[in-house]
Design a protein around this ligand. Sequence first.
Ligand SMILES: [Mn+2]
Length: 260
Amino acid sequence: MKILKIPLSAGNLKQKKGLEKGPDAVAGEVKNFFLKESEVLPFLDVEDVKINNSNIEEANRQIAKAVSGLDMPAILLGGDHSMTYSAFRAFSKKYSNPGLLVFDAHLDCENDFSPPTHEDYLRVLIGEGHLKKENAVVIGVRNMHTNELEFAKKSKLKIFSMPEIYQEGRHVVADSFMSVARKFDALYISVDVDVLDPAFAPGTGYTEPGGLTTRELIYFIQRLKNLKNIQMWDLVEVNPDKDINNITVMAAAKLVVEMS
Ligand SMILES: [Mn+2]
């Protein structure tokens, strides 16, 4: 599968350094996983996308251009989560009823910033009409602001929160989100590595206690791989500068292998 490295950090509000190093670090570790757990050889064809981090508008155009010309299915390696805005926007033009399923500790539905950042890209995608609100699914949420919650309730976003996953169990929750996801003519799955518990992924900008284990996220990815409509994956918010013993980078590389 084609993998595009997108070293974007310009949509990161804290302006912390390191997110631009995520794609190279993760792609560099992929070779350590010999077979997928399904005993199939992963085939990964890695390519670089040039990103101008001093100009977010240009960076957004660079991402959109790369995605528009891409053969699907493909994996995008970020970079900060604002890249999902430009990527999904370009992606959505190719299909009649595209859906977005996101793994994230956060809703990323803050009041609009302009241009979109990694704190509001989802709200902007819906607000600008690139994504139907009924076609947005967010899994693993456990910390949100009041205004994000109000927006999510008003828009009837499908949220599978961390307490729900814990109480209902991973099988039941996976059945539920799969039945939603299979209805789209094209499915885009975005994985913010902060959906993992900080014990499993300390190398990210906004760590949130009480998250998924690496094993639980692999289980969800393996379930989703049974769907025929997956056209795009992204994996975002890996910050090697904040990592400890390469734990996050290795986990992310393993997730990419299972996505492929
Ligand atoms: Mn997040």
